[in-house]
Design a protein around this ligand. Structure first.
Ligand code: TYD
Ligand code: MG
Length: 451
């Protein structure tokens, strides 16, 4: 421990503690305190703080000009942002290493440049030579982008000001540091201060800033949670690095709606927006096999169709296995118990595997019915109708409950060629062209699927 003045700052909530402890007193997180030097004051506050250049203004006196946005032309990216990049805004793109953050930023920069929006791509992770190699792989012409290999914030802001860049892309916020603070790049204080300074720069000088943020093992953006409070928009880039689909998800957006997702495919020439995202995860579905059922999720305002696969096979010795991928294993245990008690299907000596294809995670309970259908189908080794969609939440009594947003989900399913839907008998709303099979409880489901 150093003798110099320092505090212990929580990487979860950003609270300062005078001494180290295993647990943050403010938010209760364990093992989150890291030592940070106390900020050197730069002698600004004394005397000047009483004067101010800022002015107050009445809300009604502010003109209502529609929000200007720069469309990148990368359709799914623009969609997630709510229509494009807003001048003067700060966007944070978080994601695991290798997921494609740098590629995404480079493609955005290239597309903006081709529309005459000047960009500066700053990298603290790759040299300009490496950036050139990356750019050469892309379909976009990235030749006009200004690149800079720099990690010092003051210098980055200087260059951005000199070039009058409209969009500054910074890869990454964890490799950037400011001279005003002691401590290595990437520590909580540095990350937070750099983000705050860039936010001020964006608001005062007008360029948009797009930041890359690394993600910790826990899934959060490395550095304090407060980073997410500082910026205007937080996007997470996710997906299995082994699969080629990538999902860009808005978790915070001051200029658009949250929970919207965009779907991309990683190709040999960069990221490609998926033209029909609703059906992106259904590609490769084998319709004749047992143990497969399709449901419709809501991702923000968009319905997405996903396939759930189940496989039950005779267990060997010991406790039968329960393996769930893309689904909470407790939810699976619950559904198996309901199916056993209310549906009369014994799973006691069967290993059960459930898998959501495409690396999607099921969060909504509205997908329960599809999980049950896949399970029933694998136990009887009988495929469910290939043109059927399953939509419903299952209760402990075996009852099937209606879900929200049925009409939008069904409209999308009809567009993708589905012809019938199994849902709660109590569901309301029109079903469009789909044949509706209303179910009261899971007994009816097992009977229907066995018939
Ligand atoms: P990258 O953008 O470097 O990821 P991140 O910045 O999030 O760490 O991209 C990572 C992967 O994408 C890398 O394994 C190579 C692959 N890739 C392609 O498949 N096609 C391409 O055109 C490019 C540029 C990268
Ligand atoms: Mg990178």
């Amino acid at each position: 421990m150093s003798k110099g003045k320092s505090v212990f700052r929580c990487t979860e909530c950003g609270a300062d503690q005078p001494k180290w402890g295993g647990r943050c007193d403010a938010c209760g997180a364990w093992n989150s305190l890291t030592e940070e030097p106390i900020r050197r004051t730069v002698g600004r506050s004394d005397g000047r703080s009483v004067q101010s250049d800022s002015q107050t203004v009445r809300l009604s006196d502010i003109g209502t000009t529609p929000l200007q946005r720069w469309r990148t032309g990368l359709a799914e990216f623009d969609f997630v942002l709510g229509g494009g990049i807003v001048p003067g805004s700060v966007v944070l793109v978080g994601g695991e290493p290798g997921i494609g953050k740098s590629t995404l930023l480079m493609q955005c920069a290239a597309r903006l440049e081709s529309q005459g929006v000047s960009t500066l791509y700053v990298s603290g992770e790759e040299s300009p030579d490496q950036l050139r190699l990356r750019a050469d792989r892309l379909e976009e012409d990235a030749g006009n982008i200004h690149v800079l290999g720099e990690t010092r914030l003051e210098s980055i802001i200087h260059h951005a000001t000199q070039l009058k860049s409209s969009v500054v892309l910074l890869d990454s916020v964890q490799t950037t540091y400011t001279e005003e603070l002691e401590g290595a790049p990437g520590n909580v204080g540095q990350v937070r201060e750099c983000a705050a300074r860039l936010m001020r720069f964006a608001k005062e000088s007008g360029p948009a800033v797009v930041l890359v943020g690394h993600v910790t093992k826990g899934g959060g953006i490395a550095g304090p949670k407060t980073l997410e409070h500082i910026v205007d928009t937080v996007l997470y880039f996710e997906g299995e690095t082994t699969l080629d689909h990538r999902i860009l998800r808005a978790v915070k957006n001051r200029f658009g709606s949250v929970d919207e997702i965009g779907v991309f495919r990683m190709t040999g020439t960069g990221l490609e927006p998926v033209a029909n995202p609703a059906a992106a995860f259904l590609a490769g579905r084998s319709t004749g096999a047992s143990g497969s059922a399709v449901t419709a999720l809501m991702e923000g305002t968009r319905p997405m169709l996903v396939e759930i696969q189940a496989l039950a096979s005779k267990a060997g010795f010991g406790t039968p296995q329960r393996v769930a991928t893309g689904l909470d294993h407790r939810r699976l245990a619950l559904l198996l118990a309901v199916l056993e008690r209310r549906g009369g299907l014994p799973f006691g000596n069967l290993d059960v595997f459930v898998n959501v294809t495409g690396g999607v995670r099921l969060i909504e309970p509205s997908t329960d019915l599809a999980v049950l259908a896949a399970l029933v189908s694998t136990v009887h080794d009988r495929p469910v109708p290939a043109d059927a969609l399953f939509l419903g939440e299952v209760g402990l009594g075996g009852e099937i409950r209606p879900v929200a947003g049925v009409e939008r989900r069904l409209a999308e399913a009809a567009r993708q060629g589905f012809r019938r839907v199994f849902l709660s008998a109590r569901s309301r709303g029109t079903s469009g062209d789909l044949e509706v099979i209303g179910l009261e409880g899971i007994g009816e489901l097992t009977r229907r699927l066995a018939a």
